[in-house]
Design a protein around this ligand. Structure first.
Ligand code: AMP
Length: 120
């Protein structure tokens, strides 16, 4: 999917829409999800224009990929999650119900998260 520079996370990155910021560095911005699915639910987004994990993994330079995932780990550590555990989720495309087309990783924690996938 072509990247839409006016998607909601792009607008958060540009400062046009507010967010509850948790962390920011050279590679990533992390903020609280507006509809939390767990006591801790933070989104981490790269600073480049990538529409999904698939796009990021195939198009981003290696230093950005490494820097971004180091930022995800730093956010989890900042939130005190590594000791008890946490889950990372990233949705690519329709079958995964991706709704915002700027690559993002969900960090979920703060309670036992149960099984991997909800069955419908
Ligand atoms: P996904 O289904 O993986 O694309 O997830 C998109 C996530 O973005 C959902 O969990 C939404 O609750 C969250 N979201 C949408 N708009 C905002 C916003 N303005 N601030 C924070 N989180 C948002």
């Amino acid at each position: 999917m072509a990247y839409d520079p006016d998607n909601i996370f792009a607008r958060i990155l540009k400062g046009e829409i507010p967010c509850k910021k948790v962390h920011e560095d050279e590679y990533a911005l992390a903020f609280e999800d507006i509809a939390p699915a767990a006591p801790v639910h933070v989104l981490v987004i790269p600073k480049g224009n990538y529409s999904s994990f698939n796009d990021f993994a195939t198009q981003a330079p290696a230093d950005q990929v490494k820097g971004f995932f180091a930022s995800v780990q730093a956010v989890a550590a900042k939130l005190g999650l590594p000791e008890k555990g946490y889950r990372l989720i990233t949705n690519h495309g329709a079958d995964a119900s991706q709704t915002v087309h700027h690559f993002h990783v969900h960090i979920l924690g703060g309670r036992s998260l149960g099984g991997l996938v909800a069955h419908e």
